[in-house]
Each structure stands twice: as C-alpha cells, then as structure tokens.
Design a protein around this ligand. Structure first.
Ligand code: GLU
Length: 307
C-alpha cells in the first residue's frame, strides 16, 4: 500500500459564487482526499483580477461550509503569491525557455484553433520581436514531442504541445502571471499529490506537466470529473448564467452532485444532511466509477423558467 500522504485541493476562481458544476469538482476532490485519509486544501485563484468579483471569495467559503466541505489549514490566496511566481519565471528565463511576445489578441484572430477553441500560437515572436514591436507578454517555448499522461478517470492520454497549443503565455500583457504558471507553483508549494478538477481543464494538464518538468517540481496524479452543461452543451459558468448554489436544502443538491459523480446515495439517505451524505460517499468512493461524459443540468425549477 502506498504510504505517501494524500493531499488534494479545490482551487476555485472567485469570479462569482459556486454553481452546481463547481460543487461537483469540490465534492470529488474532497471525497478523493477524505477516502484516502488525506488532507484537503483550499486555494483561491484570484489571479485574473479583472474577472474577480468583490465578495465572491467569502461567498464561496460560506457555500463550502454549508455543504459540509470543510478544508484543512489556511486558504492559499494567489493574489498574495506574486513573488513565488516571479521566481519561477526567473528560473524559466535563466534556462532560456521563455521569450517576450508582442502579439496582441487582435493580431492572433486568424491563428488556427485547437479542439478546445484556443488559439494555437503561430510562433510570430519565437525568434525575436519584429522590428519596432514592444514586448507585452512572456511565452514558453514548447517542444515538438508528445507529452503522455495518465488520468485516473480518462485513462492514458497524450498531446503534442507544439501541434495543439503552441508556445503559451506564462506572464500576461497586463503584467499578471498566467494560470498555467501559478497552478504548478502553487500545487507544488501546497504539496498537492492528487489533483481532481473539472474536465474543462483536462487538456491544460500537459502544459502543467511540461512546466513542472522545467521547474523541477513533482507531478501530481490527475483526475478530471464530468462537467455539467446547459441544454446547449455549454459548461455551467457565470457567463452561461448558472444559478448560484443554494445555501439551504443543500442535502438534495449534494445528492444530485453525487449522482453526477456515479455515486448516487441509497434511497435511505434521501433527505439526509450533507455531513451524513459525505460520510457515506467517502466510505464508498471509487474514482474509477466516475463517468467521463458531461451531464446536462436539469432545467431550473423556477416557475418563470418552466415552459
Ligand atoms: N481556478 C480554476 C477554476 O476555477 C481551477 C484550477 C485547477 O483546478 O487547476 O476553473
């Protein structure tokens, strides 16, 4: 048996309150850690300052509490971690794998896109800035090789970063460190051994593994849980107007989240409180029973939304 301590985490972005899709990711990472007798840490990913909403971080903490998702230790807040990210960027600069980039978003609109809809950077600034251009961001030079990784739910996967992503941003034009850099620095800093998060981030994993390798950081074990989409197939999010998780009647919502994760509680637990549901689910947790496919949210019960 593996005796290494299991450390999981939930890393919400405080761009708004949690919705049922974020609850699924929170519950899965919580159960995965608790079922292994491990710790479950919380990190507030408030790096993208323009997108953060005042008060959302407090709302998220309150919502997690209401759902019985009690985290260990202090919350790590990314906006207080710029020094650590700057140090990682300096390491990447020292080993010569990043370069300044002058491209604006509008200059890249014609660039090809990958299956996630992301721009595949065409390498415009890779061999030096065009004459007269001003550096705006820092990009990481990616290798033209296949990165293989294992996901505990999706199995063995691989991606060629050069073909599917291109050189990606580690520090943005607005001076903010990019998610990809911050996430690997913080996962290592918090000693995370097991990352469990939404499947929208599945294809970010090779970028993160590549950064971990360059920075000499350990690679955690990954698992990506199903997304909840609306009827149009869009991920629930603030942009798609997903309703905030209610803070009353949490048991019934939790039962739905557990069903999405392939761990529907027995009928005797209908009407149970979150603590009892989570205790049952952590005793029955088998991550290999979590489905891979997205789940369409039930239409809201609000009367004005009924046909
Ligand atoms: N902050 C990201 C989000 O809310 C999650 C990042 C991660 O789990 O790696 O989508």
């Amino acid at each position: 048996m593996n005796s290494a301590p299991h450390v999981g985490r939930f890393a919400p972005s405080p761009t708004g309150p949690l919705h049922v899709g974020s609850l699924v990711a929170a519950v899965a990472s919580f159960l995965d850690a608790r079922a292994a007798g491990g710790r479950w840490l919380l990190r507030m990913e408030d790096l993208d300052r323009p997108r953060c909403e005042p008060g959302a971080a407090d709302t998220i903490l309150r919502q997690l509490d209401a759902y019985g998702l009690h985290w260990d230790g202090a919350v790590l807040v990314q906006s207080q971690r710029d020094d650590a990210y700057a140090e990682a960027l300096a390491t990447l600069q020292a080993i010569g794998v990043v370069y300044p980039c002058a491209c604006t978003r509008s200059q890249l609109t014609q660039a090809p896109r990958n299956h996630e809809g992301e721009i595949i950077y065409p390498g415009t600034c890779r061999n030096g800035l065009p004459a007269g251009a001003v550096a705006r961001a820092w990009r990481l030079r990616v290798p033209d090789v296949s990165t293989r990784f294992h996901d505990r739910i999706h199995g063995d996967l691989e991606q060629n970063l050069a073909d599917d992503v291109g050189d990606f941003i580690v520090k943005r034009a607005d001076g903010q460190f990019a998610y990809q850099l911050a996430v690997v620095v913080d996962d290592a800093f918090q000693g995370i051994t097991h990352v469990v998060r939404g499947a929208d981030l599945l294809w970010n994993t090779p970028r993160q593994i590549h950064l971990q390798t360059l920075l000499g950081l350990p690679t955690p074990v990954y698992a990506h849980v199903p997304l909840i989409t609306n009827a149009a197939g869009q991920k629930l999010s603030k942009q798609t107007l997903a309703p905030a998780l209610p803070e009353t009647g949490c048991g019934a919502v939790l039962v739905r989240a557990l069903a999405v994760l392939g761990h529907a509680p027995p009928v005797e637990l209908e009407g149970a409180e979150p603590a009892e549901l989570l205790a049952w689910a952590s005793a029955h947790w088998h991550i290999e029973n979590v489905p891979t496919h997205p789940v369409v949210a039930k239409p809201t019960q609000a009367p004005d939304n009924l046909p």
